[in-house]
Write a protein that binds this ligand. Sequence first.
Ligand SMILES: C[S@@+](CC[C@H](N)C(=O)[O-])C[C@H]1O[C@@H](n2cnc3c(N)ncnc32)[C@H](O)[C@@H]1O
Ligand SMILES: [Zn+2]
Ligand SMILES: [Zn+2]
Length: 262
Amino acid sequence: MAKTSQFKAYDLRRKKLHTISSPPVKLTQSRLERGEWAAATKASASATTRPSKVTKKRGRFSKKAATKKPPQRAADLMRCAASDEIECLHCNKPGDDQTCGVSCYREFKKQHFVGKQIDIRGPGPMGYGAYTKPGVSIENGQYLDEYIGDLRPLKSYESSSSLYCFVIPQTCVVDAEKAGNWTRFVNSSCKPNVKPWADFVGKRHVIVFQALKDIGPEEEIVFDYGKAYFEKAGFECACDAHDRRHLPGQNEPKAKKAGSRR
Ligand SMILES: C[S@@+](CC[C@H](N)C(=O)[O-])C[C@H]1O[C@@H](n2cnc3c(N)ncnc32)[C@H](O)[C@@H]1O
Ligand SMILES: [Zn+2]
Ligand SMILES: [Zn+2]
């Protein structure tokens, strides 16, 4: 069972640490709702018209519907098949290597993740945001953390109104609307300093944030959500790359400061 506690943030108006009102649940690892997965697995089994398993019975072939079991734990869902088509970010070995596994995941987290060096600050024009703490620097290329949350069936994404979703293709949606870690507070900017990747560590699917440049103390961590996010959400990007609200990819240069025009 994932451990939970409350998020604390520096209140920008009062300049002091406070507990976020109506806070999301603070998780240390992703979680899933078993009932939701049981229902989704049942629905997809009954929607399957063509049985995927054919067994030989009493000399004749009989068709037997696939008996897919719903995942019981987040780890079941995130585990990927041992295949040489994937490579572990920690040991760089192919995913069918016997020595690669849960210890790679544990070590990768220990060596790279910076959660304790991040402050949540806000609320500002984009709500709360994630910042490096005073005195903390992050090097270009460093992996910062994993995006975690509630793991939902892929089908739920189309009808979801959550603005905190990442899709792991053919696997699930990671939705941090109600629960997550500090990465759920990472806002969008058209001048990003990190990038999220869907990758593999120790035979597990992960979404990891990697620094795109050196990041200094008290800098906001931001990535580019992309145009499709804002179109689905129905509002425009408020980052400071432009003077007005805009969609990512719009190439309008920021106007020069008043007084420096002529
Ligand atoms: C993943 S959350 C980021 C954390 C959020 N600021 C909070 O306080 O919970 C995404 C939401 O933050 C806000 N946001 C993030 N980046 C933004 C941007 N560039 N422009 C406008 N709103 C933004 C929007 O409300 C968006 O739906
Ligand atoms: Zn490995
Ligand atoms: Zn922007």
